[in-house]
Design a protein around this ligand. Sequence first.
Ligand SMILES: [Zn+2]
Length: 214
Amino acid sequence: MAQLNPQPRQVDNLMPGRAENGQPRPVDKEKIKAAVRMILEAIGEDPDREGLVDTPRRVADYFEEVTLGLRVDPARHLEVTFSEDHEEMVIVKDIPFQSICEHHLVPFVGKAHVVYIPRKGKVVGLSKLARVVEEYARRPQLQERLTSQVADLIMERLQPMGVMVVMEAEHMCMTMRGVRKPGAVTVTSAVRGIFRKSEVARKEALALIRGTLR
Ligand SMILES: [Zn+2]
């Protein structure tokens, strides 16, 4: 378990994939294709050989897909809330996510667990939390920032008593290069509100999550 983060943070509403008029800016696929062709040349490959001839286009499509979260606002999923007579913990476990690390642009893949305690019964559909995780993940990311962004957005939009987000992921940049440690799992957590103050609440949340932690 990583350390519990004691620092409150501002919600990061930055959408770098938007132009100044607020409209999503389409991915410049021609630019990616040219860049991939240069990479192939740089490593001594022949970009015109049969197996590689469509690779620049495929990589451009791939980058468009894995950075989709730059061109959408995850907050829109938390706009519709409903009232439920429930002020106990709500937990969504094992939300799968796929991201790319911003240091190497290679994937890191894992699961997120989100726990929150609604205030005055203000809750959101469970699938919406998964959408928020997914869209923040589909950007060049750091696992630490991804974890905080999910927690901060839920705090801002639902104003719950508290939020705890735990993420566990395997980073391909650790598996395939550098230290080459396949199977190493990085765990991050972000705690807000009552979970920061109350060890009892934190322990209960962790016990609910723990069934899935290795
Ligand atoms: Zn990396």
